[in-house]
Design a protein around this ligand. Structure first.
Ligand code: DAH
Length: 339
């Protein structure tokens, strides 16, 4: 028995040395100390020994068992430490590797242009108002004095949701919403998205407008000319000239379309102005008395002017861009050129 125990001792010492992972240690432990393990079996068989041997053998086996357990534990912790260190080394960041570049975001040229327009008008005491993009027929057309059979209401131009609901085709309905909740004086601009069934190099089914409205006592067409002249020169430079052409909108009377001298060729004639020297940027006029009456204003006492401009058109002129679709493709090579 004594020899058997000595043999087991040598055997286990060697086997522990050969372990290369905590898993190896665990299988060794099971092999010797598990329920069917070699040491457990010897310990269980002690009862069959003659009583004089039982104590000596028992002590020897127990001391082997404790010794074995100690060696296992210490080998296990050194293997675990080694393993941990390997993991740490394999996870070390290589600070010489190139990083992941983060591109810097910029404001979109359309929102830059909208801010610029808003800054000019808020500097003149106008406030900013907004309205819904999904509108009713009433605000988009009827309240703006459009007759029921007006061609603008045609499915060709207007994107309808139901018979009565539509995507607003212009920001003019916000004029009505503002006047309904406020008495004169009114002095506001109304920026926002608008929608039309239209798409080519100069038309997009969604685009932006900024509407303007001023209603008070004694407002004249001269005031409108003055404010638009100031705006245009601020926006495009003091050499820019204005041209008012008579036009028609149901919600203004008289109405005008306003051209500016071409900012690309300074009026000499080019592709952008179609060789005319002028480009149209605004619709405007004196608010129609029927519109004022519709919101409960006294049209004898109050007069007002209104205007509306296409933001994409203004941005195209400002940044010399010849295709409106570039604004909506969101190609970073295009977008990163604006700041
Ligand atoms: N709403 C018009 C359009 O989308 C633009 C416009 C013209 C707005 C004259 C106005 C205005 O406020 O007075 O074509």
């Amino acid at each position: 028995m004594k020899e058997k125990i000595d043999l087991l001792r040598r055997e286990t010492v060697e086997l522990i040395d050969r372990c290369s992972s905590p898993e190896d240690i665990e299988s060794l432990r099971i092999r010797y100390l598990g329920r069917k393990g070699e040491l457990s079996i010897i310990l269980r068989s002690l009862g069959a020994l003659p009583s004089d041997q039982r104590r000596v053998v028992g002590q020897a086996v127990n001391s082997l068992k404790e010794d074995f357990q100690r060696r296992l534990d210490s080998r296990r912790s050194s293997l675990e430490a080694k393993q941990e260190q390997q993991v740490l080394f394999s996870q070390t960041a290589d600070v010489t590797l190139p990083g992941v570049p983060h591109m810097r975001g910029r404001r979109h040229p359309i929102s830059l242009t909208m801010s610029c327009i808003a800054d000019i008008f808020t500097g003149l005491g106008f406030v900013v108002a907004e309205g819904p993009e999904v509108e009713t027929d009433y605000y988009n057309f009827a309240a703006l004095n459009f007759p029921a059979d007006h061609p603008a209401k045609d499915m060709q131009a207007t994107l309808y949701i139901t018979d009565d609901l539509l995507l607003r085709t212009h920001t003019s309905p916000v004029q009505i919403r503002v006047m309904e909740r406020q008495r004169p004086p009114v002095r506001c601009i109304m920026p926002g998205r608008v929608y039309r069934c239209d798409s080519d190099v100069s038309h997009s089914p969604m685009f932006h407008q900024v509407e303007g409205l001023l209603v008070d006592e004694g407002v004249s067409f001269g005031d409108l000319k003055g404010i638009l002249g100031f705006f245009v020169q601020r926006m495009f430079g003091s050499a820019t000239r204005l041209r008012f052409r008579p036009s028609f909108f149901p919600f203004t009377e008289p109405s005008a379309e306003i051209d500016i001298s071409c900012v690309i060729c300074s009026g000499k004639g080019c592709r952008v102005c179609k060789e005319t020297g002028w480009v149209e940027i605004l619709g405007a006029g004196m608010v129609h008395p029927a519109v004022l009456r519709g919101v409960g204003y006294d049209a004898e006492r109050y007069t007002g002017y209104a205007f509306g401009m296409g933001v994409e058109r203004i941005a195209m002129l400002r940044y010399r861009i010849d295709d409106i679709r570039l604004f909506f493709e969101n190609d970073v090579r295009f977008l990163e050129q604006f700041s």
